[in-house]
Design a protein around this ligand. Structure first.
Ligand code: EPU
Length: 425
């Protein structure tokens, strides 16, 4: 296994280019199942999760080819299985997004039921609700979701996709991808408005789909008979960008993130300004400078355009060093606090009660050996290492490789002292 060794104390200074968004690339790649032609998808990050979806597409009979510069081409092949197997799905819950395209295109699907998740309970009832409303019959047997469409073609439906914690990003993706080839009109109410869903819709439209309202809570889709090839460039990763902005702020440095869409980061920028960061936006660049200790702030994570849950752990690190007491309420995944215990080992003062964490800022933290539980918790521990005194060993970094492209090279280019080390048992 590999780990990161981080030596704290350096201010991060410089420019960093942001990669394509993991959470847009995954459903977009899954949606190529729907296409009869060749698709070219640009700005796809090199990540473990992307490799997983490529393997699943291979199983399902979609040929993929990685070209230079983050470009992937896909083409339907003759070999056609409709099974997404356990060994691949267990490594990435997002694999469930092949369900909608398989049902729409082939009338059946067998997808391993996603297992437990360290960030808390992650039900899939809304995925079922959307697909069943369009006429699919789903059942869970032997650890798999088996689904069939009665009469082979899904039918349009009027669907309310709200759950106990609001809209669902991937249930919206699955329902939208199923609806593009369904007979008639589908209206999704309470759809997820995340930029990644807008990007998916844009790609589907370029394949020939008829979709209106993506990026709003009501998406209307008129089913078409078939979809062709298309070309698309994936949007920048707003969470990677936000993570580097916090790296600049927490080290009291001066960092510019390039190739970003600032509109996707509005809530993050607003809250960072409240902590005292000075932020300048210039087209697709955001510069952050932080001169003093951050001010304490309060926020709740919310669906887009609110503060993303995927930034909660990283923001918490900034607040660990703030002057005063901050409060974070996690409204999307009430148990997404695995990083709290590890940050406490580094000297952070955090009190957690259910979905709320109260953070009393400290003047300094100290390096320790810490363990990554999930992708964003891992990013938070690296950020904590950058500001802590001495050496931090961040273990189990395979989680980070799922979602951050070249993290250590990008951090190093800004002056961070971080290296990847193979751990001896
Ligand atoms: N939910 C339900 N029923 C469902 C589905 C979701 O109740 O059928 C609940 C969830 O338990 C949660 C809320 O709805 O409380 C939102 O979950 P959502 O379905 O939107 O999450 P997701 O689509 O499975 C995506 C991202 C996550 C990100 C969430 C929330 C991808 C591949 N994953 O997951 O990203 O945290 O949306 O924004 O797009 C990450 O990148 O680190 C990550 C975990």
């Amino acid at each position: 296994m590999e780990k990161f060794v981080v030596e704290g104390g350096n201010k991060l200074i410089g420019k960093v280019s942001i990669s394509g968004a993991k959470n847009a690339a995954l459903p977009i790649l899954a949606s190529t199942i729907l296409s009869d032609g060749k698709c070219t998808i640009k700005n796809v990050p090199y990540l473990r999760d992307v490799e997983t979806i490529i393997k699943i597409l291979g199983e399902l009979g979609v040929k993929t080819l990685r070209n230079q510069n983050g470009e992937i081409t896909t083409e339907p092949s003759k070999r056609k299985s409709n099974v997404a197997p356990y060994d691949l799905v267990r490594t990435m819950r997002a694999s469930i997004v092949v369900m909608g395209p398989l049902l729409a295109k082939r009338g059946e699907a067998r997808v391993s039921f996603p297992g437990g998740c360290v960030i808390g309970s992650r039900p899939i009832d809304l995925h079922f609700k959307g697909l069943e409303a369009m006429g699919a019959k789903l059942k869970v047997e032997h650890g798999y979701i088996s689904a069939k469409v009665k009469g082979k073609r899904l039918r349009g439906a009027h669907i309310y996709l709200g759950g106990a914690f609001g809209p669902s990003v991937l249930a919206t993706a699955n329902t939208m991808m199923a609806a593009v080839l369904a007979k008639g009109r589908t209206t999704i109410e309470n759809a997820a408005c995340e930029p990644e869903m807008q990007d998916l819709a844009k790609f589907l439209i370029s394949m020939g789909a008829d979709i209106q309202g993506a990026g709003t809570p009501r998406i209307v889709i008129n089913g078409v008979d078939k979809l062709g090839g298309a070309e698309h460039s994936v949007i920048p990763d707003r969470i990677e960008a936000g993570t580097f902005l916090i790296a600049g702020a927490v080290t009291q440095g001066n960092v510019t993130v390039e190739n970003v869409n600032p509109e996707h980061l509005f809530a993050v920028i607003d809250k960072l300004r409240e902590t005292g960061a000075s932020i300048e936006i210039d087209a697709d660049k955001i510069n952050i400078r932080m001169k003093n200790r951050p001010k304490a702030v309060e926020f709740s994570t919310l669906p887009f355009p609110g503060m993303p849950t995927d930034m909660q752990a990283q923001f918490m690190v900034l607040l660990c060093m703030a002057n005063g007491t901050s409060m974070i309420t996690e409204k999307i995944y009430p148990d997404r606090f695995m990083h709290v215990a590890e940050l406490s080992r580094m000297g952070a003062k955090i009190f957690r009660a259910r979905e709320t964490a109260v953070i009393t800022g400290v003047r300094s933290m100290s390096g320790a050996t810490v363990m990554v539980s999930d992708l964003r918790a891992g990013a938070a521990l690296v950020l904590a290492g950058l500001v802590s005194k001495g050496r931090t060993d961040v273990r189990r970094i395979y989680h980070l490789d799922r979602g951050y492209e070249n993290l250590e090279q990008k951090m190093k280019s800004l002056g961070a002292k971080i290296k990847r080390v193979v751990e001896k048992d």
